[in-house]
Each structure stands twice: as C-alpha cells, then as structure tokens.
Design a protein around this ligand. Structure first.
Ligand code: FAD
Ligand code: NAP
Length: 551
C-alpha cells in the first residue's frame, strides 16, 4: 500500500477559512494554536458552550477530577507553560483544570478566533469546489478547506432512558451537562443513578452533606484508590527538572503515563508475590494497579481473575455490612473491561447512616415519578435526582455534526454498523476531514492531552505536506481503511474487552452497534505506525491537487 498522487479532478475555490475546528476543549485549543500561530493558517473554532474547557466546562458535578496525575494530564507542547503552571493537587479537581484551560486560552490569545455559543449541525463536502460548508444551528454557513473535529469522545451525555423525567417536581442533574457550581445538598433527599466513574466521584462527595443519599446501582464497578493529596513539591520538582524525558516516557507507555514497573504475567509469580505487587500498586494509587501490575490481565481471564478477586476482597474489607459489600463487588465481568474508576472513600460512603444502596439489576427502574423513582418493587421519594448514566461515547459527537461527504454520503449511513476510519483520524469518502482522537485510535486508552497533541501534530504535518507539494486534498483509500478497521478489531479480539458491555463497545446505548471502538495495540505501537505512514509519503492516502477555477 502506498500513497497515490492523483491528477487534478476538482477545483478549489477561495474559502472563508483554511480550517474550521469544532470544539474548544484540550483538542480545539491546541489545534487553534498550532494551525494559526505555528502554521499561519486562518482558523475558526466553533464551540457550543459559552466558554473554553470542553469536558472540564461541562462536568462540574461534585467530586469531578482527573484520574491521571495532573503533571502528566496536561499539555506538553510549550515548555514554559508546563514549567510555570502549578497544580495544587496530585489529581486536580474540575475547577482547577478549567482554570488551566482558561489560562491556556488567554496565554496564547485564542479566544478571538473562537465563536462561542455556536453549535455546528451540518458539514457538507462540496465536490465541485473541494471545500467543506459548515453550518451552525443559528443558520450561519462558512467554508473551509479542512475541518478538524475536536468535538470530543465524551461530550454527548446519554439521553435519559427513564420515562417521566420531566414530571419530577424536584431538581434533576445530569453529570455530563452540569454547569452549576457548589450545589447545596444539605438536608436533601438525593438519588444518584449510575455507578461509573462520574457516579462514583459524585457519590463520594454528595454523601458527605446530603440529608439522605440513595444510590441506584445496575452494575457494580471495580473502583480502586486514586491516591490523591496535595501536590508533593519534591515530586513536582523532579518532573519539571526533566519534563521532556518524562513526556517521552509517557509517550512510550501503553496508557501515556511514565510508569515502568509492569510485570509480564500474574500467573508466573507465586500468590505471595502477586499479592505484594497488587498491594504496592493499590497503595501507590492512580492507574498503577490497572496498567502497571501485570501485562496479561487484559488478555487472560485466569490472570484477570486474580486481580478481580483481590479487588473484591478489598471492597469487603472496607464496607461494614457484608450484604452491601457483596452487592458492591463486581462478579460478572473481568476487571478493566469497563474503564476502571478511581476513588477516594467511595466504599466508606456506604458505611454512613445517611447512605443506602439499591440493586436495580434485581428490580429495574420503571419510571421517574413526580416525587421520585419507582422501581419494580418499591417507590422512593427525593428532592434531587442525579443522573450519572454516561455518554453516547466516541461516535455520538461526530454523528451529531451532520457530516455529509463525497456524493452525498452521510457519515451516519457509512457508520450504520459501527465506525470505520483509517488510523482513527480520517474516513474514506470524507476528504480533508480529520478527527482528533477518533474511533479506532488509542484515544481514551491514552493520556488524552498527549493523544490530542500527537493527533493535532499529525494533522498539521499532513497539511504542511500538502501545501509544500501543491496538493489540496487528502483522503484515505477504502483499502487502507478496511485494513485498519480489520486490524483494530483483530487486536481487540485478543483482549477481554469485547466480552463486556461497556461504552468502549457502544453497548451502553440501546440500539447502538456493538463493536470495539478503540485501537488496543497501545499508544507506542500506534505512533510507530503513524510515523511509518508519514515516512512513506502518506501511505494509504490519496493526495490530489485541485485545479484553480477559471475566472
Ligand atoms: P472535549 O473536552 O469533550 O471538548 C469537546 C468540545 O466540543 C466541547 O466543549 C463541546 O461543547 C464541543 N462540541 C461538541 N460538539 C459540538 C458541535 N456540534 N458544535 C460546537 N461545539 C461542539 N481523560 C484522561 O485522559 N484523563 C482523565 O483523567 C479524564 N477525566 C475525565 C473526566 C470526565 C468527567 C470526563 C467526562 C472525561 C474525562 N477524560 C479524561 C476524557 C476527556 O474527555 C479528555 O481527557 C479531554 O478533556 C477531551 O478533550 P477534547 O477537547 O478532545 O474533547
Ligand atoms: P459510564 O461509565 O458509562 O457509567 C454509567 C453508569 O450509569 C453505569 O453504572 C451504568 O450501568 C449506569 N446506567 C446507564 N444507563 C442506565 C440505565 N438506563 N439504567 C440504570 N443504570 C444505567 O459513564 P460515566 O460514569 O459518566 O463515565 C464515562 C467515562 O468518562 C469514564 O469511563 C471515563 O473515561 C470518563 N470519566 C472519567 C472520570 C475520571 O475519573 N477522571 C470521571 C468521570 C468520567 P451499567 O454499567 O449497568 O450500564
């Protein structure tokens, strides 16, 4: 497979912008800086919110914080920025991450090219003029040669699947669209529905002040300690003294963190050694237990059983009532096949008198009523209901853009049976469209700011290559795309992930195609493939010069 340079087949007319970027989260902000300030392109960013921040703008629920250490979960593109910014905690909370992204927007003077309060709802490729026509909900249309989606993977909360939400007379919050700060729960009867990462963070916090908190759990989760605390001055100084080496180590790690103590197999060591390794990783916190203990836990069910059993034991140690502990301990799926949540005092919350747990696997929720929640076997009254029910992940934000490619091909039709991409970045039939951290890239299984920088840099390099070669259009071949999708699915089939219902698989949204949406070969292998593609003159892509239209 090699890159093909075709003869002119289309014309390219003058566009309003060189590039339109969707979103002003980590991806959109860096893309704007890179394309405008480092490459001299004209760029317009459209952002649905009235501020920057993306995930960290929309998720202001109590307890929201990152689960990768902040010195790693941050931009690396500007050394002065990473040297000067000071994180107050090891794992910063949402307000601090939002302040950081606001600082980045100001520091690099980004806001002047971001159009806030503007939702893009159509993007149509104009074959005759070789340009994208990007339309907004307000009816504005602009043209651009390239479109870069920084619309995010976790930016479209699931539509509530319960009847009667609108009839509830109290207040309903959705964790993924939560803009109020410092909500007061004192004395209130509060329900939380959902025990994924968002629910677990919210429950731990709300339990401290709510009059009564009732947690509705369908599937228990393997939550493990985050190990948060004030940032350690010596640790931070050590990172900053050699930041570029730390970033290199992160980029050379499967998950994008500079961990280096993983052992080959949980089954190759004695029970005592295994326990000692699990204890050390459990105590150190972060994703160490998940990604820095044994390499085979995501591939070998027997290896996975050892860690799943360990976590179940730890849950039982922390929860006083054995029946509640049993309900909180996952049994039906392997550890790590849903994104593992990290927590502070989550299990201890269930030892409080004001917190109770309801098993909605046994007695599902039938409806939200005027006064609360009705399950198959009881009615509950509440003042506040918190829906922590997750997202239409990965494909949801892209399909909401109303993308139409060559010859009227809709992305929603092309992806009717699941996403199809080349490198998780581009799609055949959709020229000059780039997706940052798209499906079938390592994306959400890679420290996201680094994943985003890698993708934006790849896109910038591709555009520069086109410019230098008097080329105008880049599009992956169908052959390259098919091979990429097949390869990504083949790798996923060697892991335990496809056996579990998770948002990685699209299985959390009723009716969504069930397919693994991640490239599971790891970030380093992925980067090596991308480097090869570039070194071979954009292997797998067709590059086309466009004719200048006659005047
Ligand atoms: P987003 O931050 O999602 O930004 C996308 C932006 O695009 C949004 O502002 C949205 O309004 C805008 N947008 C979308 N569609 C449109 C449209 N049609 N028109 C206009 N604007 C649009 N990842 C990690 O690696 N580590 C973590 O610790 C971590 N913690 C997380 C915690 C939470 C609560 C959540 C929900 C996710 C977390 N993630 C984490 C994943 C997180 O989404 C990424 O780390 C990162 O913030 C994504 O940045 P982004 O710019 O790609 O997308
Ligand atoms: P999630 O992991 O998809 O969890 C959603 C929860 O809601 C699950 O417990 C799910 O149960 C439940 N649920 C969904 N629909 C339901 C229904 N109809 N009835 C009953 N229960 C229902 O979503 P999330 O917690 O928002 O997290 C999504 C992702 O965002 C995370 O995996 C992570 O990548 C990111 N995130 C990260 C952090 C962090 O720590 N930094 C924090 C929050 C989010 P089932 O499991 O049975 O479907």
């Amino acid at each position: 497979m090699t890159a093909t340079i075709e003869q002119p087949s289309t014309s390219t007319a003058v566009t309003d912008y060189d590039a339109v970027v969707i979103g002003a989260g980590f991806a959109g902000l860096y893309a704007l800086h890179k394309f405008r300030d480092r490459m001299g392109m004209s760029v317009r960013v459209f952002e649905a919110a009235d501020g920057v921040g993306g995930t960290w703008y929309w998720n202001r629920y109590p307890g929201a914080r990152c689960d990768i250490e902040s010195v790693h979960y941050s931009y690396s593109f500007d050394d002065q920025l990473q040297q000067e910014w000071v994180w107050s905690e090891r794992f910063a909370a949402q307000p601090e991450i939002l302040r950081y992204l606001e600082h980045v927007a100001d520091r690099f003077d980004l806001r002047r090219d971001i159009q806030f309060d503007t939702r893009v709802d159509s993007m149509v490729w104009d074959d005759a003029d070789s340009m994208w026509r990007v339309g907004t909900e307000a009816g504005e249309t602009v043209t651009a040669k390239y479109v870069i989606s920084g619309a995010g993977n976790l930016s479209v909360p699931k539509t509530p699947e319960f009847d009667g939400v609108d009839s509830f007379r109290g207040k309903v919050f959705l964790t993924g669209n939560w803009r109020e700060e410092n909500v007061d729960f004192s004395g209130k009867r509060v329900a939380v529905i959902g025990t994924g990462s968002s629910g677990i963070q919210a429950i731990s916090e709300v339990a401290k002040t709510a009059g009564q908190l009732t947690v509705f759990q369908r599937t228990p989760n393997y939550a493990t300690p985050i190990g948060n605390g004030p940032a350690d001055a010596d640790e931070v100084a050590a990172v900053k003294a050699d930041y570029s080496a730390v970033r290199d180590a992160s980029r050379n790690h499967f998950l994008g963190v500079p961990y280096s103590q993983v052992q080959p197999s949980a089954l190759a060591v004695s029970a005592e050694e295994r326990r000692a390794t699990f204890d050390a990783r459990w105590n150190a916190g972060g994703f160490r237990l998940f990604i820095d203990s044994f390499q085979d836990i995501l591939f070998d069910k027997q290896a996975n059983d050892t860690i799943a059993c360990y976590i179940r034991e730890r849950i039982h140690e922390r929860v006083s009532d054995p029946a509640v502990a049993e309900l909180l301990a996952p049994k039906d799926y392997p550890y790590g096949t849903k994104r593992p949540p990290l927590e502070t005092d989550y299990y201890e919350a269930f030892n409080r008198d004001n917190v109770s747990l309801v098993d909605i696997k046994k007695a599902p929720i039938e409806a939200i009523t005027e006064t609360g929640v009705r399950t198959a076997d009881a009615e509950y009254e509440f003042d506040v209901i918190i829906l922590a029910t997750g997202f239409d992940a990965m494909t949801g934000p892209l399909l909401k853009l109303g993308i139409v490619g060559r010859g009227g091909l809709k992305l929603s039709d092309k992806w009717a049976y699941g996403p199809r991409t080349y490198l998780g970045l581009t799609v055949n039939g959709f020229p000059n469209l780039f997706i940052v951290t798209g499906p079938q890239s390592p994306s959400v299984l890679y420290n996201m700011p680094l994943a985003i920088e890698d993708h934006v840099d790849f896109i910038g390099d591709a555009i520069a290559y086109l410019r230098d070669g008097d080329l105008d259009i880049i599009e992956p071949t169908l052959e390259a795309e098919d091979a990429w999708v097949e390869g990504a699915l083949e790798i996923s089939s060697q892991t335990l992930l496809p056996g579990t219902d998770s948002w990685y698989m699209g299985a959390n949204v009723p009716g969504k195609p069930r397919i693994c949406m991640l490239y599971l070969g790891g970030a380093p292998a992925y980067r090596a493939i991308c480097d090869d593609v570039v070194a071979n003159g954009y292997d797998g892509f067709v590059l086309t010069p466009a004719t200048v239209p006659a005047i």
